[in-house]
Design a protein around this ligand. Structure first.
Ligand SMILES: Cc1ncc(COP(=O)(O)O)c(C=O)c1O
Length: 384
Protein backbone atom coordinates (compact mmCIF):
# COMPACT_ATOMS: atom_id res chain seq x y z
CA UNK A 1 0.00 0.00 0.00
CA UNK A 2 1.45 3.41 -0.93
CA UNK A 3 2.11 5.81 1.97
CA UNK A 4 -0.55 8.31 3.01
CA UNK A 5 0.45 11.57 1.36
CA UNK A 6 0.14 14.50 3.77
CA UNK A 7 2.68 16.81 2.15
CA UNK A 8 0.61 18.79 -0.34
CA UNK A 9 2.41 22.02 0.68
CA UNK A 10 5.70 20.51 -0.52
CA UNK A 11 4.19 19.61 -3.87
CA UNK A 12 1.01 18.24 -5.41
CA UNK A 13 0.66 15.32 -7.80
CA UNK A 14 -0.08 16.36 -11.37
CA UNK A 15 -3.83 16.09 -11.89
CA UNK A 16 -4.65 13.41 -14.50
CA UNK A 17 -6.54 15.97 -16.62
CA UNK A 18 -3.47 18.23 -16.51
CA UNK A 19 -1.19 15.33 -17.46
CA UNK A 20 -3.49 14.47 -20.40
CA UNK A 21 -3.45 18.08 -21.64
CA UNK A 22 0.35 18.22 -21.36
CA UNK A 23 0.77 14.93 -23.20
CA UNK A 24 -1.50 16.09 -26.02
CA UNK A 25 0.38 19.42 -26.22
CA UNK A 26 3.77 17.65 -26.31
CA UNK A 27 2.55 15.57 -29.20
CA UNK A 28 0.51 18.10 -31.17
CA UNK A 29 1.55 21.64 -30.19
CA UNK A 30 5.23 21.50 -31.07
CA UNK A 31 5.21 24.64 -33.20
CA UNK A 32 7.04 27.74 -32.03
CA UNK A 33 4.36 30.08 -30.66
CA UNK A 34 6.18 33.00 -32.34
CA UNK A 35 5.86 31.45 -35.83
CA UNK A 36 3.28 32.95 -38.13
CA UNK A 37 2.22 29.67 -39.76
CA UNK A 38 -0.42 27.19 -38.70
CA UNK A 39 1.87 25.14 -36.39
CA UNK A 40 2.95 28.31 -34.59
CA UNK A 41 -0.60 29.62 -34.35
CA UNK A 42 -1.85 26.37 -32.81
CA UNK A 43 0.78 26.69 -30.07
CA UNK A 44 0.25 30.42 -29.51
CA UNK A 45 -3.54 29.91 -29.33
CA UNK A 46 -3.00 27.26 -26.64
CA UNK A 47 -0.71 29.60 -24.67
CA UNK A 48 -3.33 32.34 -24.97
CA UNK A 49 -6.03 30.00 -23.64
CA UNK A 50 -3.84 29.10 -20.66
CA UNK A 51 -3.13 32.78 -20.00
CA UNK A 52 -6.88 33.44 -19.93
CA UNK A 53 -7.51 30.44 -17.62
CA UNK A 54 -4.93 31.62 -15.09
CA UNK A 55 -6.08 35.23 -15.36
CA UNK A 56 -9.66 34.07 -14.64
CA UNK A 57 -8.56 32.29 -11.46
CA UNK A 58 -6.88 35.49 -10.25
CA UNK A 59 -9.46 38.02 -11.44
CA UNK A 60 -6.77 39.50 -13.69
CA UNK A 61 -6.46 40.35 -17.38
CA UNK A 62 -4.56 37.90 -19.62
CA UNK A 63 -2.06 40.67 -20.51
CA UNK A 64 -1.15 40.81 -16.81
CA UNK A 65 0.17 37.22 -16.71
CA UNK A 66 3.88 36.50 -17.29
CA UNK A 67 4.68 32.78 -17.48
CA UNK A 68 7.89 31.76 -15.72
CA UNK A 69 9.85 28.65 -14.84
CA UNK A 70 8.24 28.40 -11.39
CA UNK A 71 7.45 30.31 -8.22
CA UNK A 72 11.05 31.18 -7.33
CA UNK A 73 11.61 32.79 -10.70
CA UNK A 74 8.33 34.71 -10.42
CA UNK A 75 9.29 36.17 -7.03
CA UNK A 76 12.82 36.99 -8.21
CA UNK A 77 11.34 38.76 -11.22
CA UNK A 78 8.99 40.76 -9.00
CA UNK A 79 11.67 41.81 -6.53
CA UNK A 80 14.55 42.48 -8.89
CA UNK A 81 12.43 43.70 -11.78
CA UNK A 82 10.71 46.71 -10.25
CA UNK A 83 13.80 48.91 -10.07
CA UNK A 84 16.85 49.31 -12.31
CA UNK A 85 18.91 50.70 -9.44
CA UNK A 86 18.79 48.56 -6.25
CA UNK A 87 20.20 51.49 -4.24
CA UNK A 88 17.06 53.50 -5.00
CA UNK A 89 14.75 50.77 -3.68
CA UNK A 90 13.27 50.15 -0.22
CA UNK A 91 11.83 46.66 0.34
CA UNK A 92 9.51 46.07 3.29
CA UNK A 93 8.96 42.37 3.93
CA UNK A 94 8.12 39.91 6.71
CA UNK A 95 10.29 37.70 8.87
CA UNK A 96 8.62 34.49 7.63
CA UNK A 97 8.94 34.71 3.84
CA UNK A 98 9.87 31.66 1.78
CA UNK A 99 13.52 31.68 0.63
CA UNK A 100 12.21 32.49 -2.88
CA UNK A 101 11.54 35.98 -1.47
CA UNK A 102 13.99 36.18 1.44
CA UNK A 103 17.06 35.32 -0.66
CA UNK A 104 16.49 37.85 -3.48
CA UNK A 105 15.81 40.43 -0.76
CA UNK A 106 19.22 39.56 0.77
CA UNK A 107 20.78 39.92 -2.68
CA UNK A 108 19.15 43.33 -3.17
CA UNK A 109 20.41 44.41 0.25
CA UNK A 110 23.97 43.48 -0.77
CA UNK A 111 23.50 45.77 -3.78
CA UNK A 112 22.39 48.77 -1.77
CA UNK A 113 18.62 48.28 -1.25
CA UNK A 114 17.19 49.44 2.06
CA UNK A 115 15.37 46.51 3.70
CA UNK A 116 12.88 46.53 6.56
CA UNK A 117 11.92 43.13 7.93
CA UNK A 118 8.65 43.33 9.83
CA UNK A 119 8.37 40.86 12.74
CA UNK A 120 5.50 38.41 13.24
CA UNK A 121 3.50 37.58 16.35
CA UNK A 122 3.19 34.13 17.92
CA UNK A 123 0.70 33.06 15.25
CA UNK A 124 2.99 34.11 12.37
CA UNK A 125 1.13 37.31 11.40
CA UNK A 126 2.56 40.76 10.89
CA UNK A 127 0.90 43.92 12.16
CA UNK A 128 -0.11 46.15 9.19
CA UNK A 129 0.75 49.15 11.39
CA UNK A 130 4.41 48.09 11.25
CA UNK A 131 4.23 48.33 7.45
CA UNK A 132 2.55 51.75 7.77
CA UNK A 133 5.39 52.94 10.05
CA UNK A 134 8.05 51.68 7.64
CA UNK A 135 6.33 53.35 4.67
CA UNK A 136 5.97 56.62 6.56
CA UNK A 137 9.70 56.68 7.32
CA UNK A 138 10.78 55.62 3.81
CA UNK A 139 12.75 58.09 1.70
CA UNK A 140 13.41 55.75 -1.24
CA UNK A 141 12.44 56.51 -4.83
CA UNK A 142 10.76 53.09 -5.25
CA UNK A 143 9.04 51.31 -2.37
CA UNK A 144 8.08 47.67 -2.60
CA UNK A 145 6.15 45.75 0.04
CA UNK A 146 6.58 41.99 -0.37
CA UNK A 147 4.33 39.97 1.91
CA UNK A 148 3.44 36.32 1.40
CA UNK A 149 -0.27 35.53 1.17
CA UNK A 150 0.09 32.41 3.30
CA UNK A 151 3.01 30.69 4.94
CA UNK A 152 4.17 27.36 3.55
CA UNK A 153 5.08 25.89 6.97
CA UNK A 154 2.31 26.97 9.35
CA UNK A 155 -0.29 28.14 6.82
CA UNK A 156 -0.91 31.50 8.50
CA UNK A 157 -2.49 34.12 6.23
CA UNK A 158 -0.91 37.55 6.28
CA UNK A 159 -3.21 40.61 6.38
CA UNK A 160 -2.58 41.20 2.66
CA UNK A 161 -5.86 43.00 2.03
CA UNK A 162 -5.24 45.39 4.95
CA UNK A 163 -1.74 46.17 3.66
CA UNK A 164 -3.22 46.68 0.18
CA UNK A 165 -5.51 49.25 1.82
CA UNK A 166 -2.43 51.31 2.76
CA UNK A 167 -2.26 52.31 -0.90
CA UNK A 168 -4.80 55.02 -0.11
CA UNK A 169 -2.18 56.57 2.23
CA UNK A 170 1.15 55.84 0.53
CA UNK A 171 2.58 55.23 -2.90
CA UNK A 172 4.23 51.80 -3.13
CA UNK A 173 4.31 48.63 -5.19
CA UNK A 174 2.83 45.56 -3.55
CA UNK A 175 3.98 42.00 -4.20
CA UNK A 176 2.46 38.90 -2.64
CA UNK A 177 3.72 35.34 -2.89
CA UNK A 178 0.49 33.38 -3.29
CA UNK A 179 2.22 30.09 -4.19
CA UNK A 180 0.57 28.25 -1.31
CA UNK A 181 -2.83 29.96 -1.39
CA UNK A 182 -3.78 29.66 -5.02
CA UNK A 183 -6.22 26.82 -5.57
CA UNK A 184 -6.86 26.37 -1.84
CA UNK A 185 -8.78 29.59 -1.31
CA UNK A 186 -10.48 32.09 -3.59
CA UNK A 187 -8.14 34.96 -4.47
CA UNK A 188 -8.69 38.17 -6.42
CA UNK A 189 -5.84 40.53 -7.27
CA UNK A 190 -8.16 43.55 -7.24
CA UNK A 191 -9.65 42.78 -3.84
CA UNK A 192 -6.15 42.32 -2.46
CA UNK A 193 -4.94 45.49 -4.21
CA UNK A 194 -1.65 43.84 -5.20
CA UNK A 195 0.55 44.82 -8.16
CA UNK A 196 2.54 41.60 -8.39
CA UNK A 197 1.56 38.05 -7.38
CA UNK A 198 3.57 34.84 -7.50
CA UNK A 199 2.11 31.55 -8.79
CA UNK A 200 3.89 28.16 -8.54
CA UNK A 201 2.43 25.45 -10.78
CA UNK A 202 3.39 22.48 -8.67
CA UNK A 203 1.37 23.69 -5.68
CA UNK A 204 -1.85 23.50 -7.70
CA UNK A 205 -1.62 20.13 -9.46
CA UNK A 206 0.48 21.32 -12.44
CA UNK A 207 4.12 20.21 -12.85
CA UNK A 208 7.23 21.64 -11.24
CA UNK A 209 9.18 24.14 -13.35
CA UNK A 210 6.25 26.26 -14.46
CA UNK A 211 4.76 29.29 -12.74
CA UNK A 212 3.66 32.81 -13.37
CA UNK A 213 3.84 36.36 -12.14
CA UNK A 214 0.78 38.58 -12.20
CA UNK A 215 1.98 42.08 -13.14
CA UNK A 216 -0.66 44.78 -12.88
CA UNK A 217 -1.24 46.69 -16.07
CA UNK A 218 1.01 49.78 -16.03
CA UNK A 219 3.63 48.36 -13.63
CA UNK A 220 7.01 48.55 -15.37
CA UNK A 221 9.22 45.50 -14.96
CA UNK A 222 12.79 44.83 -16.07
CA UNK A 223 13.26 41.25 -17.27
CA UNK A 224 15.58 38.89 -15.40
CA UNK A 225 16.18 36.92 -18.57
CA UNK A 226 17.11 39.11 -21.51
CA UNK A 227 16.55 37.98 -25.06
CA UNK A 228 13.75 38.17 -27.58
CA UNK A 229 10.46 39.87 -26.75
CA UNK A 230 8.50 36.94 -25.31
CA UNK A 231 5.93 37.61 -22.59
CA UNK A 232 5.66 41.25 -23.75
CA UNK A 233 9.38 41.78 -23.12
CA UNK A 234 9.18 40.63 -19.50
CA UNK A 235 10.65 37.10 -19.81
CA UNK A 236 12.66 36.02 -22.82
CA UNK A 237 12.70 32.43 -24.06
CA UNK A 238 10.48 30.35 -26.33
CA UNK A 239 7.40 29.46 -24.32
CA UNK A 240 7.17 26.02 -22.69
CA UNK A 241 3.86 25.38 -24.42
CA UNK A 242 3.01 21.98 -22.83
CA UNK A 243 3.64 23.11 -19.24
CA UNK A 244 1.89 26.43 -19.78
CA UNK A 245 -1.10 24.51 -21.17
CA UNK A 246 -0.93 22.29 -18.06
CA UNK A 247 -0.88 25.30 -15.75
CA UNK A 248 -3.90 26.73 -17.54
CA UNK A 249 -5.88 23.50 -17.14
CA UNK A 250 -4.80 23.26 -13.49
CA UNK A 251 -6.01 26.81 -12.90
CA UNK A 252 -9.38 26.12 -14.46
CA UNK A 253 -9.81 22.91 -12.41
CA UNK A 254 -9.13 24.95 -9.25
CA UNK A 255 -11.59 27.63 -10.33
CA UNK A 256 -14.28 24.96 -10.86
CA UNK A 257 -13.62 23.33 -7.46
CA UNK A 258 -13.60 26.54 -5.39
CA UNK A 259 -15.06 27.56 -2.99
CA UNK A 260 -16.33 24.06 -2.06
CA UNK A 261 -12.76 22.70 -2.04
CA UNK A 262 -11.78 25.15 0.70
CA UNK A 263 -14.49 23.72 2.96
CA UNK A 264 -13.60 20.10 2.14
CA UNK A 265 -9.92 20.68 2.94
CA UNK A 266 -10.78 22.49 6.15
CA UNK A 267 -12.99 19.67 7.34
CA UNK A 268 -10.27 17.05 6.68
CA UNK A 269 -7.63 19.19 8.40
CA UNK A 270 -9.86 19.79 11.43
CA UNK A 271 -10.79 16.11 11.64
CA UNK A 272 -7.09 15.23 11.77
CA UNK A 273 -6.44 17.88 14.40
CA UNK A 274 -9.32 16.86 16.63
CA UNK A 275 -8.39 13.14 16.47
CA UNK A 276 -4.82 13.95 17.48
CA UNK A 277 -6.00 16.27 20.25
CA UNK A 278 -8.47 13.72 21.62
CA UNK A 279 -5.61 11.36 22.44
CA UNK A 280 -2.71 13.71 23.04
CA UNK A 281 -4.46 16.64 24.76
CA UNK A 282 -1.97 19.32 25.77
CA UNK A 283 0.96 17.25 24.53
CA UNK A 284 -0.06 18.67 21.14
CA UNK A 285 0.53 22.35 20.25
CA UNK A 286 -0.94 24.05 17.19
CA UNK A 287 1.54 26.26 15.32
CA UNK A 288 0.05 29.08 13.29
CA UNK A 289 -3.19 31.00 13.50
CA UNK A 290 -6.26 28.99 14.51
CA UNK A 291 -8.55 30.86 12.07
CA UNK A 292 -6.41 32.87 9.62
CA UNK A 293 -4.73 29.81 8.14
CA UNK A 294 -4.65 27.75 4.93
CA UNK A 295 -7.58 25.33 5.01
CA UNK A 296 -5.30 22.34 4.34
CA UNK A 297 -2.43 23.00 6.74
CA UNK A 298 -1.97 21.55 10.20
CA UNK A 299 1.42 22.32 11.73
CA UNK A 300 1.55 20.78 15.19
CA UNK A 301 4.26 20.13 17.73
CA UNK A 302 4.36 16.89 19.66
CA UNK A 303 5.83 17.87 23.04
CA UNK A 304 8.87 15.85 24.03
CA UNK A 305 9.39 14.52 20.48
CA UNK A 306 11.72 15.38 17.64
CA UNK A 307 9.50 15.90 14.59
CA UNK A 308 11.78 14.26 11.98
CA UNK A 309 12.34 11.23 14.19
CA UNK A 310 8.63 10.86 14.82
CA UNK A 311 8.02 10.84 11.06
CA UNK A 312 10.78 8.29 10.56
CA UNK A 313 8.97 5.97 12.96
CA UNK A 314 5.82 6.23 10.82
CA UNK A 315 6.98 5.51 7.27
CA UNK A 316 3.38 4.97 6.21
CA UNK A 317 2.88 8.73 6.45
CA UNK A 318 4.59 10.93 3.88
CA UNK A 319 4.79 14.32 5.60
CA UNK A 320 7.52 16.79 6.50
CA UNK A 321 8.66 19.12 9.21
CA UNK A 322 8.13 22.16 7.04
CA UNK A 323 11.69 23.10 6.29
CA UNK A 324 15.10 21.46 6.60
CA UNK A 325 15.35 21.31 10.33
CA UNK A 326 17.74 18.54 10.95
CA UNK A 327 21.11 17.92 9.50
CA UNK A 328 23.50 15.03 9.55
CA UNK A 329 27.18 15.80 9.15
CA UNK A 330 29.59 12.94 8.48
CA UNK A 331 31.04 11.69 11.76
CA UNK A 332 28.77 13.91 13.85
CA UNK A 333 25.63 13.32 15.83
CA UNK A 334 22.45 14.72 14.37
CA UNK A 335 22.19 18.45 14.85
CA UNK A 336 18.88 20.11 15.34
CA UNK A 337 18.28 23.32 13.41
CA UNK A 338 15.00 25.05 14.27
CA UNK A 339 12.71 26.22 11.50
CA UNK A 340 13.32 29.96 10.90
CA UNK A 341 9.55 30.43 10.66
CA UNK A 342 8.86 28.92 14.10
CA UNK A 343 11.86 30.79 15.52
CA UNK A 344 10.49 34.08 14.13
CA UNK A 345 7.17 33.25 15.83
CA UNK A 346 9.02 32.99 19.15
CA UNK A 347 8.25 29.27 19.64
CA UNK A 348 10.05 27.50 22.48
CA UNK A 349 12.80 25.00 21.71
CA UNK A 350 10.50 22.12 22.65
CA UNK A 351 7.86 23.36 20.19
CA UNK A 352 10.46 23.88 17.44
CA UNK A 353 11.86 20.38 17.97
CA UNK A 354 8.51 18.62 17.94
CA UNK A 355 6.98 20.34 14.89
CA UNK A 356 5.46 18.36 12.03
CA UNK A 357 3.61 19.79 9.03
CA UNK A 358 0.63 17.77 7.87
CA UNK A 359 -0.97 19.16 4.72
CA UNK A 360 -4.00 17.60 3.06
CA UNK A 361 -5.08 17.96 -0.57
CA UNK A 362 -7.24 16.90 -3.48
CA UNK A 363 -6.57 13.18 -3.01
CA UNK A 364 -6.91 13.02 0.79
CA UNK A 365 -9.75 10.92 2.25
CA UNK A 366 -11.32 10.77 5.72
CA UNK A 367 -10.06 7.19 6.09
CA UNK A 368 -6.49 8.35 5.45
CA UNK A 369 -6.78 11.14 7.97
CA UNK A 370 -8.15 8.75 10.61
CA UNK A 371 -5.40 6.23 9.99
CA UNK A 372 -2.71 8.93 10.08
CA UNK A 373 -3.99 10.21 13.43
CA UNK A 374 -3.93 6.70 14.86
CA UNK A 375 -0.41 5.98 13.55
CA UNK A 376 0.97 9.22 14.94
CA UNK A 377 -0.60 8.82 18.38
CA UNK A 378 0.67 5.21 18.63
CA UNK A 379 4.16 6.33 17.57
CA UNK A 380 4.13 8.99 20.29
CA UNK A 381 2.89 6.47 22.88
CA UNK A 382 5.59 3.96 21.92
CA UNK A 383 8.38 6.20 23.23
CA UNK A 384 6.60 7.79 26.21
C1 LIG B 1 5.46 30.03 -0.41
C2 LIG B 1 6.31 29.56 -1.54
N1 LIG B 1 6.82 30.44 -2.40
C3 LIG B 1 7.58 30.06 -3.44
C4 LIG B 1 7.90 28.74 -3.66
C5 LIG B 1 8.82 28.37 -4.79
O1 LIG B 1 8.14 27.84 -5.88
P1 LIG B 1 8.95 26.92 -6.94
O2 LIG B 1 9.27 25.65 -6.22
O3 LIG B 1 7.98 26.74 -8.08
O4 LIG B 1 10.15 27.68 -7.37
C6 LIG B 1 7.36 27.77 -2.78
C7 LIG B 1 7.69 26.33 -2.98
O5 LIG B 1 8.08 25.63 -2.09
C8 LIG B 1 6.56 28.20 -1.69
O6 LIG B 1 6.06 27.32 -0.82
Amino acid sequence: MPPIYLDYNATTPVDPAVADAITAALRDLWGNPSSGHEYGRAASDAVATARQQLADLLGAMPSEIVFTGGGSEASNLALKGVCTNPAGLHVITSAVEHPATAKPVEWLKMHGTTVTVVPVDGTGRIDPDAVRTALRASQAGVRLVSLMHSNNEVGTFQPVREVGGLKSEFEFLFHTDAAQSLGKVTLNVNELNVDLLTVAGHKLYAPKGVGALFVRDGVKLQPLIHGAGHEAGRRAGTENTPYIVGLGVAASLCADALPAETERLKSLRDRLHSRLRQTLGDKLVLNGHLLFRLPNTLNVSFRGQLGPELLERVPRIAASVGSACHETKPGQARRFKPSPVLAAMGCSEEVCRGAVRLSVGRGTTEAEVDEAAELLTSAVASVN
